[in-house]
Write a protein that binds this ligand. Structure first.
Ligand SMILES: Nc1ncnc2c1ncn2[C@@H]1O[C@H](COP(=O)(O)OP(=O)(O)OP(=O)(O)O)[C@@H](O)[C@H]1O
Length: 219
């Protein structure tokens, strides 16, 4: 069963074709890597997968449901509830504590405070960042910041995690730490799709695809 299925997607910027009749699946439990040379369209693809951009034509099925470009409300809900995002520079709110950053996806709903605390504490424990909960982003290391970002991405129990160069800003030791976390999450059933040009990152993926001349091809 696919979490995501793209069928015959086309995407251009002006006269520049980025994706051309591209099809792609991410199945439940997958750990998928998307590689390809700079400018080949990896981030464009991830933005389409995350409903942050829309393809010019083709079909997008999320959990077997066709999502049409005009379904903006549905896309907003999917982006908020079903997809966890991890980016290279962590994307944390600098003025806010680690606790607040992790809790953020729960704050837009009327989740009771007690439940928010319980869920943040539990995910922080899982990611071994419980002792950082009252720190601010500038007080923690890059590897710790990415753990916080992963906790935030997981807190709504999304159907898929989309990661753009998740270790791109980290040194080797923090990189292997984050890769081990992503790998372990996948072993517990979390579906992950990530974009990378890093071979070490690509090596942990169960399936690898490359974008070549606008097509998404298995490597
Ligand atoms: N909003 C936009 N408007 C116009 N062109 C864009 C836009 N976004 C991306 N592009 C162009 O589309 C192409 C693909 O960009 P994209 O960022 O998807 O590539 P990438 O494979 O992620 O590259 P990198 O590995 O360098 O991050 C590039 O030539 C880029 O300049």
């Amino acid at each position: 069963m696919s979490v995501i299925a793209l069928k015959n997607i086309n995407k251009s910027y002006g006269s520049r074709m980025i994706l051309s009749d591209a099809s792609f699946n991410v199945d439940h439990g997958d750990l998928v890597g998307i590689i390809g040379r700079s400018g080949s369209g990896k981030t464009t693809l991830l933005n389409i997968l995350g409903f942050m951009d829309i393809a010019d034509s083709g079909e997008y099925f999320f959990d077997s449901q066709l999502i049409k470009p005009k379904d903006e409300k549905r896309m907003t809900v999917l982006r908020r509830d079903e997809i966890g995002f991890i980016v290279q520079d962590y994307g944390l709110i600098k003025e806010r504590s680690v606790f607040y950053n992790i809790a953020l996806p729960l704050l837009s709903q009327n989740t009771p405070k007690k439940e928010i605390k319980h869920r943040v504490d539990s995910i922080a424990e899982q990611l071994k960042i419980s002792d950082l909960i009252n720190e601010y982003p500038h007080e923690i290391s890059g590897g710790e910041a990415q753990r916080v970002a992963i906790a935030r991405a997981l807190i709504r129990k999304p159907k898929i995690i989309l990661a753009d160069e998740p270790t791109g800003a980290l040194d080797e030791s923090a990189e292997s730490d984050i890769l081990e976390i992503l790998h372990a999450l996948n072993r517990t059933g979390v579906t992950i799709a990530m974009v990378t040009h890093n071979q070490v990152v690509a090596n942990i993926c169960k399936k690898l695809y490359s974008i070549v001349d606008g097509k998404i091809v298995p490597v």
